[in-house]
Ligand binder design. Structure first.
Ligand code: CA
Length: 241
């Protein structure tokens, strides 16, 4: 398996700068950690006014912006940031059903938003997309390869032995998780946690169901790669010759 997380860089080769504006401390820390893991330069602010101050001094390439802040709200923060940097890309964080329509109206400029609770994978995918659109240099993510199965995270294409395998978004996430852990037995609980995240009820039947979908698409008519380890979970490994 080969896997390196996508590397986007500033034109001068320096790490991407991201400002995280979020007053929920645990969420801010989680995001900051994930973004640093990506190799990005991250600062965070817990309220709107310090966000505006930090942005002036830090010069972020991208802002992750919670809407509900203790002082001025995210939309007002955006107005102030945009006064100085009209094209600054923003990913909004919103509570579910809260202000989606209002935000949708503001995202015409190429901004994006995610509703809470969200998965880190989703946030990262959207941030990468925002950065690409804003013209940041993109080093392509090397494909994840297990045997004759290839998963391209950038194009979200999957091929087995050269044939394209069409997957739904959830099937793709599940396969990606399996492929990132080849030859490792993954329990249903682990899979639920990693693929469906905490926003899902936690019914492990859904794992069985999606494993069966994946088998039909990845393994049908070929030597199987996805194996059931009775009572333990599932394992993906290169097909036996
Ligand atoms: Ca908040």
């Amino acid at each position: 398996m080969t896997l390196v997380d996508a590397e986007l860089r500033r034109a001068d080769g320096a790490p991407v700068r991201v400002l995280v504006v979020e007053d929920e401390v645990s969420l801010a820390e989680l995001l900051t950690m994930a973004l640093r893991y990506e190799g990005w330069d991250v600062r965070s602010a817990g309220d709107g006014l310090s966000a505006v101050r930090t942005a002036r001094e830090f010069g972020p390439d991208l802002v992750v912006l919670d809407i509900m802040l203790p002082d001025i709200d995210g939309l007002e923060v955006l107005r102030r940031l945009r006064a100085g940097t009209p094209t600054l890309p923003v990913l909004f964080l919103t509570a579910k059903d809260a202000v989606e329509d209002r935000i949708a109206g503001l995202t015409v400029g190429g901004d994006d938003y995610v509703t809470k609770p969200f998965s880190l994978e989703e946030v990262m995918a959207r941030l990468r997309a925002l950065l690409r659109r804003s013209g940041m240099t993109v080093a392509r993510t090397p494909a994840v390869v297990v045997g004759d199965l290839v998963l391209d995270e950038d194009s979200r294409e999957v091929c087995r032995d050269g044939d394209i395998v069409e997957l739904t978004a959830t099937e793709f996430e599940l396969l990606r998780y399996l492929m990132r852990n080849p030859r490792r037995v993954l329990s249903k609980a682990q899979i639920l946690d990693q693929v469906w995240h905490y926003d899902f009820g936690g019914n492990s039947n859904v794992v069985e169901l999606y494993i069966s979908y994946l088998r039909k698409k990845v393994d049908a008519g070929r030597s199987p790669m996805i194996h059931t380890m009775r009572g333990a979970g599932y394992v993906l490994k290169p097909a036996a010759d």
